[in-house]
Design a protein around this ligand. Structure first.
Ligand code: ADE
Length: 414
């Protein structure tokens, strides 16, 4: 299968990006050393549908070191970095992706990755698994299993499983503690502000930031906004999370009111129409709109286009929408994941944990081929613990251990 990429000539700078992140991913380095020795994926084909930037590339090379034949495609056309993809091809990985792919091209790229006949797969958001189930159910029945990176992807998988339509086992990587406690919270928290700040070159301190959704991603975005000196408003539909946001020191109110107060809006809900027509009628002049959820449906772009009399790209990744009354709003990264469309994604040290879990989850699936029925499976506590221990070891940090007396105390009922 011939790769479909923008330009193999970009491999040099792409390789330097991969080399940089590899220096900061000690967990994956250690797993790669073990994989190189034991080849747990020998002879297997793996398809990866993730954001194609340097950390993902290093995961692909780790799986290649485990003996797998690896093919990659993108989980979002705007997050693909063409130089990194070129470097992967130069390393013998098959790649089907380019930055800015149209919807049709995006689908062709996913289809080509599946044409490589993978035994195992990694998905981010559920598009690859959905394609298998809707258009290639026969092929799906032969998949050993896969691993899902995101909350959104797991939501889609669980709907499929509940309808009894899931055709192979999927590991819920997102729900591993060493994933969501760090990636969703600190990863999103930092990378979203990195994306917004590098794209706008504006100050955060003193601004009113509205964070829609107080899940782990929303918590991270709100906490980092506070740290940068913003006054933070949280919008929620879950009364428990709304209470949590209040006790964390944030204001809580409906979006209709927040729209009138916010300078910067960040959506993190996983749902659609979080900011829509009724909000645009009252939104503050020069508001900045950014999305951190998987799909570009949280800020309703159709509504935005409908109320605007003029749309112009005024900086890279900044679209200015001018309304009839002269108010303007600025949409970042076309309303796609701002940290990836207008940045490099989560920091390397954070993706080290998520991708450490991914690598071990794939080896686990392969080891348990034929044992696991179709379904969504939690990542085992052992894998979580191993990644946690590898990270502490890399940092040279030691922790205490239970004494036999303490163990006995905890295991006795009275
Ligand atoms: N880099 C690769 N995958 C990513 C993800 N899901 N979120 C943020 N950064 C990433």
């Amino acid at each position: 299968m011939v790769s479909m990429i923008r330009d193999l000539g970009l491999a040099g700078p792409g390789q330097r990006k991969i080399d940089w992140v590899a220096l900061h991913m000690p967990v994956l380095n250690r797993i790669k050393m073990d994989f190189t020795r034991h080849k747990p994926l020998a002879g297997k084909k793996v398809a990866i549908c993730l954001h194609l930037e340097a950390k993902t590339a290093y995961l692909a090379l780790t799986l290649q070191a485990a003996g797998a034949d690896v093919a990659v495609c993108a989980s979002n056309p705007l997050s693909t970095q063409d130089d990194v993809v070129a470097a992967l091809v130069a390393n013998g990985v098959k790649a089907f992706a380019w930055h800015g792919a149209t919807d049709d091209e995006y689908n062709i790229h996913l289809t080509r990755a599946l044409d490589c006949q993978p035994d195992l797969l990694i998905d981010d958001g559920g598009d690859l698994v959905t394609l298998l189930h809707t258009e290639r159910p026969e092929q799906a029945r032969h998949i050993i299993g896969g691993a899902e990176e995101t909350t959104t992807g797991l939501h889609r998988l669980r709907l499929l499983a509940a309808a009894d339509r899931l055709l192979f086992p999927m590991m819920a990587v997102n729900d591993a503690r060493m994933k969501y406690l760090f990636d969703n919270r600190y990863g999103t928290g930092q990378s979203v502000w990195d994306g917004i700040m590098r794209t706008t070159n504006l100050v955060v301190a003193g601004k009113v930031v509205v964070v829609a959704g107080y899940g782990w991603c929303g918590k991270g975005v709100a906490s980092r906004a506070k740290g940068l000196g913003a006054r933070v408003i949280v919008t929620e539909i879950d009364p428990v999370k709304a209470n949590e946001a209040l006790m964390d020191g944030f204001s809580v109110m409906p979006m209709q009111r927040a729209a009138q107060l916010g300078d910067v809006f960040v959506t993190t809900t996983g749902n659609r129409d979080i900011i829509k027509a009724e909000h645009f009628t009252v939104i503050k002049d020069k508001a900045i709109l950014a999305n951190a959820g998987h799909f570009d449906v949280e800020i309703n772009k159709q509504d935005l286009a409908a109320v605007a009399v003029e749309v112009a790209t005024i900086r890279q990744n900044v679209e200015e929408y001018t309304f009839r009354d002269g108010r303007k709003v600025f949409l970042l990264g076309e309303g796609r994941l701002v940290n990836l469309a207008a940045g490099d994604g989560h920091p390397a040290e954070v993706m080290d944990l998520s991708f450490g879990i991914q690598a071990l989850a794939l080896a686990y699936l392969n080891e348990n081929q034929g044992v696991l029925k179709p379904g969504v499976y939690p990542v085992s506590a052992e894998i979580d613990r191993k990644v946690a221990e590898l990270r502490l070891a890399a940092l040279g940090i030691m922790i205490d251990h239970l004494t036999p007396i303490q163990q006995k105390y905890l295991s006795s009922t009275w």
